[in-house]
Design a protein around this ligand. Structure first.
Ligand code: AQP
Length: 332
């Protein structure tokens, strides 16, 4: 059976982009693959986190994976930091990663911005930790959003460099697995920025645990423009916010936008927004209810996470031992 690995940073409330760009794809893949899914709490540390909130967000992220339909029988769910092999392998891989590769990473450039010298080293070496996350589990593919493609590519480069340096094939070169048309969900306030759980404006995103009224209000206030609803795809050109709302509708309903152009084309935005709010509320209702149930039954949740940690640890430990043997670390 093929294996996949993926994760989400536990930096806040999981949002619609995390669901449509990542979790929903994992759910589709879980019947035919072995899944290792983690909450990336070590990655979260590249931005200062309130300690209590970080611990809570990590548990909530894993509960949300289950609430979105991940099966505890099919997947190993675990917090990244509970498998110490991630950080250990990262150091070894750092010694096989060129600065040139890191300098090309667009995420560092975007996140560090003009304050490059003030940015912490973790933000810069983040791709090496992500390579370690992936390579430890030898997955065939990594289902993530478009924005993470470059990170999977560098993980392949690092794996190849390591394998060549020692004349081994210990690491499998993982494939990037992007899925579906609406992999990039944009902010409700700015159609050119990605919807993000750490955007200071809560109104910019739909959180997966938002209640129906909050969702309705956020969609009502979502930015559009002074025009009317488009009647065809050409009329969406240069209108990123409008395109984004249409994409969200189509991604959630798995429908083609054609019927939206027919139903709402030429009208003011409010009827479409009402319909979109309904779609969001009804799609997220079962997720929110299951999430609340899981969070109210901590023993069960912690037991599922404990099982996931055991399974992940067994695989990670084995790979790290192989690597240590190859590179000649002292065994005693
Ligand atoms: N807006 C999005 N559209 C599509 N996919 C998205 N993902 C995140 N936002 C969107 C996908 O979710 C997975 C995990 O992302 P992450 O949380 O580890 O990092 P991120 O991409 O930086 O997500 P956020 O919400 O923006 O996090 P913060 O605010 O912490 O930086 C990935 O597969 C990603 O593609």
């Amino acid at each position: 059976m093929k294996r996949i690995l993926s994760g989400i940073q536990s930096t806040g409330n999981l949002q619609l982009g995390n669901y449509l760009g990542a979790i929903r794809n994992w759910v589709k893949l879980q019947n035919e693959t072995e899944c290792f899914l983690f909450a990336a709490d070590l990655h979260a540390l590249t931005v200062f986190q309130n300690p209590q909130e970080l611990r809570h967000n990590t548990q909530e992220a894993l509960a949300m994976y289950l609430a979105c339909g991940i099966s505890e029988e099919r997947a190993a769910l675990f917090p990244q930091s509970m498998i110490s092999e991630h950080a250990e392998l990262m150091w070894i891989l750092s010694c096989h990663t060129s600065m040139g590769w890191l300098n090309r990473m667009t995420q560092f450039k975007e996140k560090a911005g003009k304050q490059r010298d003030q940015a912490n080293a973790g933000l810069y070496t983040y791709p090496i930790l992500m390579a370690a996350d992936i390579l430890l589990y030898k997955p065939d593919s990594v289902p993530v959003g478009d924005d993470q493609k470059q990170h999977v590519e560098i993980a392949r480069d690092i794996a190849g460099a390591f394998n060549r340096a020692y004349g081994v094939e210990v690491f499998i070169l993982p494939e990037f697995l992007g899925m579906g048309p609406a992999t990039r969900v944009m902010s409700l306030k700015d159609g050119t920025s990605k919807m993000s759980k750490s955007d200071p404006s809560d109104a910019s995103r739909i959180n997966l645990k938002d209640d129906p009224d909050t969702i309705l209000q956020k969609i009502k206030k979502a930015k559009t423009d002074s025009g009317v609803f488009p009647a065809n795809p050409d009329e969406t050109e240069g209108r990123p916010e409008v395109k984004n709302l249409i994409n969200i509708y189509c991604a959630l309903t798995e429908k083609n936008p054609e019927f939206l152009y027919q139903q709402f084309g030429g009208k003011i935005f409010s009827p479409f927004k009402e319909s979109l709010a309904d779609v969001c509320v009804e799609s997220l209702r079962p997720i929110r209810e299951k999430f609340n149930h899981l969070m109210a039954h901590q023993d069960h949740l912690n037991n599922v996470i404990g099982q996931g940690v055991l399974k992940a640890k067994t695989v990670a430990e084995k790979t790290l031992l192989e690597v240590k043997e190859i590179i000649g670390l002292y065994k005693g």
